[in-house]
Structures are given as structure tokens and as C-alpha cells.
Write a protein that binds this ligand. Structure first.
Ligand code: BGC
Length: 636
């Protein structure tokens, strides 16, 4: 069991020193007036860093169940209940229990406020989800409250100005309070992943000439370093720094300085590189995971390389798979250990729907070729606010297969789909949020190459529920809701403590042996959907297909999709588990039995299906999963 140890004044002194050093190292291109270069380091209250010893694995998501934020689920289900289009409502219900992150977007979010329950509520809920799960639960918390937040935009300006006093509040009333809560005994078996301050360091790379970003610069550095040290002291807490997205930082002359800045800030912490588990890209953005029809930025069209088209503006990083791969290499070269991993926010980067291209363009005119081939339907890659045409992206998954160069720890849903990016007109609020014209659909700007913002109309302020956007995101999901999830990849090191490796643990590990001999290894290393096998079942009125979505030592997770052959009122699916296996938690279904042959019935709202409509349920299990493939389904 983890123990609490307290790091006394040395830790505090080192923090203050780290912050002071980071200020000395920063480059404002001219120091703004009114900032005392040593102040941010002094601004912290003299609280002690709470140390929690335990196991810190290489990839917190591997072998863990991701936390489902039921406050978000409730909003989704409420909207489904008031949606007339039955198929769309069904799709909303099918994704209602998708894991999403918990945002601490102001001090009051810690205790809970009008936007939802507080951090303790979520951690308690995660502990109770862990009781039904096999293995640990991983809960993702977004740390988003730096002084001078969102210095290059207005929609997510925050409550803390860029001042010494505000940094002191950030440290003592925000980070210290969050860290102290994480440290509580009850939460030490959770894996708590923190996403550190979206957009903050990236703004220092590209927007250094903006006065608000110059003012914010020392506070971003000191605040990020402080947060990293506070979380690094607890072994069950993990930190991923925000690295914007390919359409922001992908150019070589941005990407190089990004890796250098990250290394500089992380070196200024007491914990050093060990403070960081990795980086996250595309947080709350819309950049695709992959551009399937634009694989080669150097491909010549009309005598010019594709990357020189006006949409890419000579940025060769077309998608997040490219960007994470490129950034990983730069970070390791800048001094980060090779075991760092990447996360990608895929919550809203799906770009499905009827307009999605299905093949590469045959045009010989470069811009037409790009426009007809790209799945990202934005008018400009700088569009970031409530983008029209966007859809839900790939479901959260640990160790997604097929992105070897990207070193992906997981795909995650950080921005909860349905929460606005900013208001499309000015709306008074008490959160410090401004009105950014990038959220105004009638606005065109040079920042977007003279294009319009592509933002949806009638949006509420950032963070508030935007039902029209949510409906569009579900309708445009890609992959479509209910599509089989590709099997994850195997990574023998992912569940091991940081610094150890498969070789370190020896090949005699009986669990490793069992897993390597397991029947699903073939599928798990494959980047395609698992094969289906006809089990010879006799179904009536519906069909059901099981897909193993995740597998780890001693356990698995599976999703089952029921497809109605005709209009049906309800269904019962029979599943046969291998001997020695049993079910753990089960969602969107009502089970009879936990081992051998068990049945699962619908839970009302997912039972009544029109012909060809689908319903889903899922479950985790101990032992080996059933073979992926067809199950018996009986309609009633
Ligand atoms: C907002 C936050 C909100 C978050 C998640 C940000 O854009 O500024 O208030 O919590 O999005 O929706």
C-alpha cells in the first residue's frame, strides 16, 4: 500500500528556485514592465509537497478502465430523450458512457459549481467504478487555470490575470488543493492522469509578439513547472503536457522551438524529465488523426508538392499521427526519455458524414486536389471554434495499433463533445470568458487566410452545453457510431513500472507467458478490425456481434453490437465465456450469470430498434475473452 511521506522545506525551496530559474531563462524579446523577474517563484505559498509512494507504470492507460464522467453522460442521455430522430437518439445513447476528461477550469470547479460536481465527486465515482472493474481505473483531469489563460484568444480567458498575486493563488488555492486531494488515501489506487494547461506553452512558441502572451509568459512557465512538481511527487499521478496540434505547431520552425521550450520548462522542475509521462495533442481541436488520402506531403500535383497547397501552407504535418511522430523524435533529441508517450484527443476530429471524401482526388490542380482529398472539412486549419461539419472521432482506447512511430499511449476524449468552444456573440458571464470573433460565423480574417471562421451560430460561452453542435458531432461521427473498434496493440512494457522493460523482468514471467500464448495475440497486433467467426448460433429477429476492444494480463473488455433484422421491441443476447473466465462490469445491458453461458438483455432505451438499427452493450471480464464474432441474439 502506498505511504504518505512529506518532503519538508527542501522541496519548497527547490520549487521556488526552479520557478525563479525558469523566469531567468525566459525570452520575452524585451521584458514587460511591472514584472519582477523573481516574483513568480516567490509567489507560491510555503506549502509542502505531498509525496505518495506507489507504482508508476509506463502507460497509465494500459490495462486500466477509463473513467466515465456520468455528469457528461446525463447531458447526452437528456439530449437523446429530446431528439426526435430515433436513429440519431440511439447513436447518442450508444456513446453516452464513453470516457471523457474532467476539467478543472477554475478554482470553484474543485469544490463543484453550477457547471457540475467537484473533483472529490469524480474521484469517489472513479473509486466506485473501480469496484466493478478489473484492474485500475484511470481518471483524466485537465489542469486549466493559469494566470493570463488563453493569451492569444478570448473565448477561454480565465479568472486569474497575469500577475504575481494570481500566480500565488494558482499555486496555493488551485494546484496545492488539487494535489492534496489526489494524495488522499482513498484515491491512491486510482491512476490519475493530468493534462497540463492546454494551449499555454504552445502560445509562448508562436505568439510571443502578442502583448498578452508576453505578460503571461513567466506565469505560464512558473505555473506549469509548479504543477509538474506537485504531481510528480505522487506515484499514482501522471502528467501529459499539452502540445497543441499539427496545424498549429507542425512547421519545422515552430516544432523545433516547441521541443526546446518543453525541455527548458521541464528541466526547471525539481523532478526533471521524470515529471512528465508524455504529451497530448489536439486537445479540444478538430485536426484529424489521419488524412487517409494525403499520405505524402512531397507528392507532386500540378508541378508542386502537396504540402505547398494553400490549406497546408508548407506545413508537412497533415494530421495528428504525423505530428505526434515528428514531435516524439524532437523531444527525445531534446533530452526526454524514450519512454514518454503521446495522447491524442479524438473527441471531435472524426469528419464523417456524406461530405467525407472516399478516395484521393484525380484533379491536377493542387488546391482542388487537396480540397477533394482531405477529410478535414475546415476552410482553414486555424479554425478552432465550434467547427461546422465536424464529427466524433475514434473512441478512447489504450495502445491503439498502427501508429508505431507516434508512440501513442492512448486515444482519449478530453474535450467533452457538446461543450462549446466559445460564444458566437458576446454573452455576459462571471468566469472571465471573453467574446472571440473566431467563434462568430460571420467573421472573416487574415488569420484564416481571408476565410470565414467556419464556426457554428448560436453557441453559448465555452464549456456550456451546445446541443446543436452535439447533434452534428454525433451525426458526423467517423468511425460511425457502433462501428467495430480496431484491436489495440500489445506493449509488454506498458503496464510495467517506468524504467523497467520486458527484458528486465525476464522471460519467465508466468503471466507474460500466458498472454503470449493467448488465442487473441494475432488480432491484438493487427491494425484491422478483429475477424469474425460464425459460431453457428441460431438468432431470431436480430444479430449480435462481439468485438474484443481491449485485452491485458488476466482480463479483457468487449463490446457487443445488436443489429435488428426488422422492427423489434427488445433483445436478449447469449454469450459463451471460455472456462475459467467471468464477467466484471457490464454496461447498457442486464445480465443473468457471470460465467459459462450468460445472457444479456436490453435496458429499455436500447431495446426498441427499427429495422437495421443497432444497440450496444459492453462488459469487462477476467480471464480470456470469448472469440470475437457472432453471438446468439433473440428479439422479443
Ligand atoms: C472552456 C472550459 C471548459 C472546457 C471543456 C474550455 O474551452 O474554457 O470552461 O471546461 O473547454 O469544455
Amino acid at each position: 500500500m502506498a505511504k504518505t511521506a512529506r518532503r519538508a522545506t527542501t522541496g519548497v525551496a527547490a520549487l521556488a528556485l526552479a520557478a525563479t530559474l525558469s523566469i531567468a531563462a525566459c525570452d520575452f524579446g524585451g521584458e514587460p514592465e511591472g514584472i519582477n523577474p523573481t516574483a513568480p517563484g516567490d509567489g507560491g505559498s510555503a506549502t509542502e509537497v505531498v509525496t505518495v509512494d506507489g507504482t508508476h507504470v509506463d502507460n497509465a492507460f494500459a490495462g486500466a478502465t477509463m473513467y466515465v464522467n456520468h455528469s457528461w453522460s446525463e447531458r447526452v442521455l437528456e439530449q437523446a430523450d429530446s431528439t426526435d430522430d430515433a436513429a440519431l437518439a440511439n447513436d447518442m445513447r450508444a456513446i453516452a458512457y464513453t470516457p471523457t476528461a474532467v476539467w478543472m477550469d477554475r478554482i470553484s470547479a474543485i469544490e463543484g459549481n453550477a457547471d457540475g460536481p467537484g473533483l472529490r465527486h469524480h474521484l469517489d465515482a472513479a473509486v466506485s467504478q473501480a469496484q466493478d472493474a478489473d484492474g485500475p481505473v484511470v481518471v483524466t483531469v485537465v489542469i486549466y487555470n493559469l494566470p493570463g489563460r488563453d493569451c492569444f484568444a478570448l473565448a477561454s480567458n480565465g479568472e486569474l490575470p497575469a500577475t504575481d498575486e494570481a500566480l500565488a493563488r494558482y499555486q496555493s488555492e488551485y494546484i496545492d488543493v488539487i494535489a492534496a486531494m489526489f494524495a488522499q488515501e482513498a484515491y491512491r489506487d486510482l491512476r490519475i492522469v493530468t493534462v497540463i494547461e492546454p494551449d499555454s506553452l504552445p502560445n509562448l512558441v508562436t505568439n510571443a509578439s502578442e502583448p498578452a502572451c508576453q505578460e503571461a509568459d513567466p506565469y505560464y512557465r512558473a505555473g506549469v513547472a509548479y504543477a509538474l512538481d506537485a504531481f510528480a511527487a505522487q506515484d499514482h499521478v501522471y502528467a501529459y503536457i499539452d502540445a497543441a496540434h499539427s496545424g498549429w505547431l507542425g512547421w519545422d520552425n515552430n516544432a523545433g522551438p516547441t521541443a526546446q521550450l518543453f525541455a527548458e520548462v521541464v528541466r526547471s522542475t525539481e523532478a526533471g524529465f521524470e515529471a512528465v509521462d508524455g504529451f497530448i495533442t489536439n486537445t479540444a481541436n478538430y485536426t484529424p488523426l489521419e488524412e487517409p488520402f494525403l499520405k505524402d506531403p512531397e507528392l507532386q500535383v500540378g508541378g508542386q508538392p502537396v504540402k505547398s497547397g494553400s490549406f497546408y501552407e508548407f506545413n508537412a504535418q497533415f494530421d495528428e499521427a504525423d505530428w505526434t511522430a515528428d514531435l516524439y523524435g524532437r523531444l527525445v533529441a531534446a533530452g526526454f526519455p524514450e519512454h514518454i508517450g503521446m495522447l491524442i484527443d479524438t473527441s471531435r476530429n472524426g469528419w464523417g458524414g456524406d461530405a467525407r471524401p472516399t478516395a484521393v482526388s484525380t484533379s491536377g490542380t493542387l488546391d482542388t486536389f487537396v480540397a477533394e482529398s482531405k477529410v478535414d472539412a475546415r476552410t482553414h486549419r486555424g479554425g478552432w471554434c465550434n467547427q461546422a461539419g465536424a464529427g466524433l472521432g475514434r473512441l478512447p482506447q489504450a495502445l491503439p495499433a498502427g501508429f508505431d512511430d507516434s508512440h501513442l499511449d492512448a486515444l482519449v476524449w478530453i474535450k467533452p463533445p457538446g461543450e462549446s468552444d466559445g460564444s458566437s456573440t458576446e454573452i455576459a458571464n462571471d468566469e472571465g470568458k471573453g467574446f472571440d470573433r473566431m467563434c462568430d460565423p460571420t467573421f472573416t480574417t487574415d488569420r484564416l487566410g481571408g476565410q470565414s471562421t467556419n464556426a457554428l451560430a448560436d453557441a453559448p460561452v465555452s464549456g456550456k452545453w451546445f446541443s446543436a453542435q452535439f447533434a452534428e458531432l454525433v451525426a458526423n461521427a467517423y468511425p460511425t457510431v457502433g462501428a467495430p473498434v480496431p484491436a489495440p496493440r500489445e506493449d509488454p512494457d506498458a503496464s510495467k513500472p517506468v524504467g523497467s522493460s520486458a527484458a528486465d523482468t525476464g522471460s519467465g514471467d508466468p503471466e507474460d507467458g500466458a498472454r503470449q500464448g493467448g488465442a487473441d495475440d494475432k488480432d491484438a497486433s493487427d491494425d484491422t478490425a478483429p475477424s469474425t467467426a460464425d459460431a453457428g448460433a441460431s438468432s431470431r429477429g436480430c444479430d449480435a456481434e462481439l468485438v474484443v476492444t481491449n485485452q491485458w494480463d488476466g482480463g479483457f473488455q468487449a463490446d457487443v453490437t445488436v443489429v435488428a433484422r426488422e422492427q423489434i421491441a427488445g433483445w436478449t443476447v447469449t454469450v459463451v465465456l471460455p472456462s475459467g473466465s467471468s464477467t466484471g462490469s457490464l454496461w447498457n445491458g442486464e445480465a443473468t450469470g457471470t460465467s459459462g453461458t450468460f445472457t444479456v438483455g436490453d435496458v429499455g432505451w436500447n431495446g426498441s430498434l427499427a429495422a437495421s438499427a443497432t444497440g450496444t452493450f459492453g462488459f469487462t471480464g477476467n480471464g480470456s475473452p470469448p472469440a470475437a464474432g457472432d453471438l446468439t441474439c433473440v428479439a422479443h
